[in-house]
Design a protein. Structure first.
Length: 307
């Protein structure tokens, strides 16, 4: 796009035609959904009128049901709008920021890679989308939004079974080549609750700020200390502050896995209102921050050589 891809004003001006097209498409979809909803809602009201003598005290329920159907019919168009937004806006943003990166909204980090990271339990339900992958200078990377959940079953006093789900992780999972084949596995956790069979030992490091923020576990303490140099520890601290979240890291195989918690559902457009410039800016700077991880961690500097 522009010679200075980090200039949001310039990128926004070049995205403006596509954004205007998005707004027209939103209005068209909303109108179509509204018409479908009105027709369906009127049918429900007419059915209610047919029974108003016998069920007059329930007619308000028919009115509420008709309104609910109208809202649902409009909202059902959100997916179509978001896909347009992803393909025509987000993809162009990614390309402008990194020519060697590709954005695929329908793909995500495979569940197997999420599990290999060792940062979480194996999930019972897993969903991933909005994959950004490619190369920044010398470093291959892959990143996507992830929602991982764990299934629980409980029984009440009468022996009845109840199923519920708890969130293991929601946010971005970023994976990059570390250009070193690790002999062991090293995990840097942002909490002290770590009890699910990793098999590693707690590693105490010399940086007090790092120790107060993270707990480090490894199956190879010597290797962990080679990985977590004073410079690397400072970089991880800076990254954690940058994202203002409890980030977690693991060094497995020849990759670094970075879990970035985020409760938002990114790269989506609302059918109900115009996409604001501020919303576009938020997504732009989030993509910038994700792509910056490679340089923030100095991954293009080849300290080690793969065997």
């Amino acid at each position: 796009m522009d010679s200075n891809p980090r200039d949001f004003a310039s990128v926004y001006s070049q995205l403006k035609p596509a954004l205007d097209e998005l707004e027209e498409f939103r209005k068209k979809l909303k109108s179509k959904g509204s018409k479908n909803g009105l027709i369906s809602g009127l049918i429900v009201l007419l059915i209610g009128l047919c029974f108003i003598v016998q069920l007059k005290e329930f007619y308000l329920l028919f009115v509420l049901l008709a309104i609910g159907i109208w809202i649902y019919c409009i909202h059902s168009k959100s997916g179509e709008l978001s896909l347009f937004y992803k393909n025509n806006i987000i993809r162009k943003m990614v390309s402008s920021l990194c020519q060697q990166a590709d954005y695929n909204p329908g793909r995500g980090v495979p569940e197997s890679m999420f599990t290999i990271s060792g940062l979480f339990h194996s999930p019972d339900r897993y969903f991933s989308e909005d994959m950004i992958s490619g190369k920044i200078d010398k470093t291959d990377f892959i990143c996507s939004e992830v929602v991982a959940e764990e299934r629980h079953v409980s029984y009440d006093s009468k022996g009845r079974k109840h199923e519920y789900w708890t969130l293991l992780f929601k946010g971005f999972l970023f994976i990059a080549d570390f250009h070193k084949d690790f002999m062991g596995r090293t995990l840097v956790k942002n909490d002290s609750i770590f009890k699910f069979g990793f098999g590693g030992n707690r590693v105490k490091l010399e940086n007090p700020d790092f120790e107060s923020r993270f707990d480090t576990y490894s199956t190879d303490e010597i290797e962990a200390r080679y990985i977590l140099t004073p410079s690397m520890m400072e970089r991880l601290i800076a990254l954690d502050k940058k994202f203002s979240q409890k980030m977690q890291f693991s060094y497995v195989g020849s990759s670094v896995f970075i879990a970035i918690p985020d409760s938002a559902n990114h790269f989506e457009a609302s059918i109900w209102h115009t996409l604001s410039k501020e919303s576009v800016a938020e997504e732009f700077y989030m993509i910038c921050a994700l792509l910056d991880i490679v340089n923030d961690m100095n991954l293009n500097t080849r300290i080690w050589t793969k065997e």
